[in-house]
Ligand binder design. Structure first.
Ligand SMILES: NC(=O)c1ccc[n+]([C@@H]2O[C@H](COP(=O)([O-])OP(=O)(O)OC[C@H]3O[C@@H](n4cnc5c(N)ncnc54)[C@H](OP(=O)(O)O)[C@@H]3O)[C@@H](O)[C@H]2O)c1
Length: 264
């Protein structure tokens, strides 16, 4: 798919990876729908996109609320008829042990990261099916492959995202619609501004820029693959974990547990 004049909807477009993705698609001449809760931040991103002479639509929407997603999708489909690429990127994590997190905190991560994706897919997939084209890109994380102490509920939401995407990919075979999960390692964004991360070291030296991930999301929107891990070398670690879990899991578990204990 060429992206010129196509409609790209990005959730979590008000900052970080979502904002960078909007810019990458705008450079290619796509029309962009920017979705997130903070309207002022979305409008700033829309201002940044003006220089590309494309059409943009700002939609204030909490993706964890199914009524809001339904309302947002009505507005989008009235304006554009369809969405060619749906990027489910809105997400967040609350750091802490399962013992310390409240049930509400655990549920809230699943509501945004997992159910938010489902509400968007349920509202935009029918128009893709009738056009027999489109691509869904779900932004997960390497946390979709490793269950880690301190972010167990976040990992669960991303495992769920990957499992759902795999099942849906089989259902969509021969429909003309693709689905690809993008799973980055740590990215330098506002993601870690949540107060629960305040005792954590800010970024690892291997962390990625949001622009690198955004470029991968653009590639993913044309990819037949189920999952693209960024950087690709980390695929080796996932392979190792699946092939020799008794070797890798204790090492990772010990190091993340040490970090969790040090924040108490
Ligand atoms: N940063 C990392 O290390 C990293 C690594 C792997 C994967 N990821 C994933 O990448 C995605 C983007 O994160 P980021 O790193 O770019 O963080 P970020 O800068 O904090 O951006 C998160 C975006 O999600 C939006 N959002 C959060 N809750 C929302 C809700 N209920 N409804 C609508 N929008 C919501 C936020 O906007 P509003 O506050 O305006 O709603 C913001 O635009 C997330 O899914 C995250 O899990 C991040």
């Amino acid at each position: 798919m060429g992206f010129k004049n196509k409609v790209i909807l990005i959730t979590g477009a008000s900052s970080g990876i979502g904002r960078a993705t909007a810019i990458e698609f705008a450079k290619l001449g796509s029309n962009i729908v920017l979705v997130a809760r903070k309207k002022d931040k979305l409008e700033k991103v829309a201002d940044e996109l003006k220089k590309f002479s494309i059409s943009t639509l700002v939609c204030q929407c909490d993706v964890s609320k199914k009524d809001q997603v339904k309302e947002m999708s009505k507005i989008v489909l009235e304006k554009f008829d369809t969405v060619d690429v749906l990027v489910n990127n809105a997400g967040f994590a609350i750091y802490g042990s399962v013992y310390d997190l409240t049930i509400d905190e655990i549920e809230s991560q699943m509501e945004t990261n997992y159910f938010g994706m489902i509400y968007c897919i349920k509202n935009f997939l029918p128009s893709m099916i009738s056009k027999k084209s489109g691509h869904i890109v779900n932004v997960a994380s390497v946390a979709a492959s490793f269950g880690l102490p301190g972010i167990a509920s976040y990992c669960a939401s991303k495992f769920a995202m990957l499992g759902f995407s795999e099942g849906l990919k089989h259902e969509l075979k021969d429909t003309g619609i693709g689905i690809t999960v993008v799973s980055p390692i740590m990215v330098r964004t506002s993601f870690f501004d949540h107060t629960s991360f305040e005792k954590m070291p800010k970024y690892s030296p291997t962390s990625l820029s949001s622009e690198t991930v955004a470029k991968t999301i653009v590639k993913a929107a044309n990819s037949p693959r189920l999952e693209i891990i960024v950087p690709s070398i980390v695929r080796g670690a996932v392979w190792m974990k699946n092939t020799f879990p008794y070797l890798i899991n204790p090492i990772l578990g010990k190091s993340f547990k040490k970090q969790l204990d040090s924040t108490k």
